[in-house]
Design a binder for this molecule. Structure first.
Ligand SMILES: Nc1ncnc2c1ncn2[C@@H]1O[C@H](COP(=O)(O)OP(=O)(O)OP(=O)(O)O)[C@@H](O)[C@H]1O
Ligand SMILES: CC(=O)N[C@H]1[C@@H]2OC[C@@H](O2)[C@@H](O)[C@@H]1O[C@H](C)C(=O)O
Length: 378
């Protein structure tokens, strides 16, 4: 099949901004990575999204937009449109050169056990604003069919691993707000699930203690000491004993176990918690991974990378070090998934989300056709 040019847009659980990536792909084995861009949310957008998560907590109908959700969806869609238009102008790309946009939106609620996952983001409005077909709501069909609706990046992780020559089995570890792993052995369906918290608890701690939601370069954690009792309490959570498929809501875990510790010791302990939950995830993998490829913002935190290397027997590296993009992996993945959606190919599998059968999905919104020439009659 011919290669299509696709844009992927991701607004992840850390709610720090939007990533955009261009790829060319046939939706199968061929993936060529192109330029990318990001747009940070401003403080007003960040607090609006945090409020949207609170207002979504009581939702039972995924189409409802209680509280600030409607406003948050409008603002978020407008920011995505701004980023797309800015990127196309900078790269001198015409909208008609882009076959599709994969629009993840922002997860505001994820309760797969209740067949409920809610991503805000208006696909039709984004198509109208950009003049490009948009595939949105990519998780909905999976959850409606009984799947976890996450993780969804594994189909892309597999394509990358199978196109390369890395020593296997390979575990691709995404450390965003939440962590998820994809285990890839050549010729087999990927195995994937959420591992536990990645940066979300660390971000929330730092926001509370310093006013800035990041432990930049792991500096606080590297200056602190792990509190063994608090770490044991954190790791004593039923999620880690649960067999995959399984996925997490951003706010599934509490950081109350580190509340009385200094900022440094609390950060060190939460960092060890992230690494420790990945180490526990190994019990669900058929073989010990030879290589762990870390992507997402966690790949930029040396304290997390060191804590991980101390806890897993395989080698630990980053996506950038193997020629992929740690920062853009998810945006690229949603571009790839949008092309698969156009082709009716599966986005998720029984071994990734627990969906009963390989499942396609996504909702396609086409821009209105440009008005044709007006007939002038005498
Ligand atoms: N230099 C850095 N040092 C430490 N942490 C960092 C650094 N840069 C980014 N991060 C962390 O990475 C996170 C963002 O990662 P990423 O963009 O992969 O998350 P996301 O896509 O929003 O989340 P998810 O994958 O869960 O949807 C933030 O939580 C931030 O704290
Ligand atoms: C419901 C939802 O948005 N989940 C996110 C979240 O952030 C990381 C982890 O939890 C993962 O399951 C998923 O994102 C990535 C992109 C995925 O679906 O692969």
């Amino acid at each position: 099949m011919a290669l299509l040019t696709a844009l992927g847009l991701m607004s992840g659980t850390s709610m720090d901004g939007i990533d955009l990536a261009l790829i060319e792909t046939d939706g199968a084995a061929a993936v060529r990575m192109g330029p990318s861009a990001s747009l940070d949310y401003d403080d007003a957008e960040r607090s609006l999204l945090r409020q949207a998560l609170r207002d979504a907590a009581a939702m039972t109908d995924r189409a409802a937009r209680p509280g600030v959700l409607a406003e948050a969806e409008r603002r978020l869609t407008a920011s995505h449109a701004t980023l797309v238009r800015r990127f196309l102008a900078e790269q001198a790309i015409e909208p008609r050169q882009v076959a599709v946009i994969g629009f993840h939106g922002q997860t505001v609620l994820h309760r797969p056990a209740e067949r409920l996952t809610v991503q805000i983001g208006d696909g039709a409005a984004l198509a109208a604003a950009t003049g490009i077909p948009v595939v949105s709501d990519l998780r909905a069909a999976d959850v409606a069919a009984g799947g976890q609706g996450a993780p969804f990046v594994p189909a892309f992780h597999r394509a990358l691993v199978e196109a390369g020559t890395l020593p296997g089995p390979v575990a691709v570890l995404n450390l965003g707000g939440v962590g998820n792993v994809t285990y890839v052995e050549r010729g087999q369906d990927p195995i994937a699930f959420d591992t536990g918290p990645a940066n979300a608890l660390i971000d929330d701690l730092m926001l509370e203690r310093t006013g800035r939601a990041v432990d930049a370069d792991g500096r606080a954690a590297l200056a602190g000491t792990v509190d063994a009792a608090a770490l044991a309490a954190l790791l004593d959570h039923e999620y880690f004993g649960k067999k995959p498929p399984k996925s997490l809501d951003r706010n599934e875990f509490s950081r109350s176990a580190v509340a009385s510790l200094s900022t440094e010791d609390a950060a060190a302990t939460l960092t060890a918690f992230t690494a420790g939950s990945v180490a526990l995830a190994r019990r669900w993998l058929p073989k010990e991974p030879a290589l762990w490829v870390v992507c997402g913002g966690g790949a930029r935190n040396p304290a997390i990378l060191a804590a991980l290397a101390a806890r897993v027997p395989g080698a630990v590296t980053t996506a950038d070090a193997v020629g992929w993009s740690a920062a853009m992996m998810e945006a690229q993945a949603f571009a790839y998934l949008a092309v698969r959606s156009l082709d009716g190919l599966p986005l998720s599998f029984p071994s990734t989300t627990g969906v009963p059968r390989p499942m396609t999905g996504g909702v396609l919104s086409r821009p209105e056709p440009a008005p044709g020439p007006t007939m002038v009659t005498a």
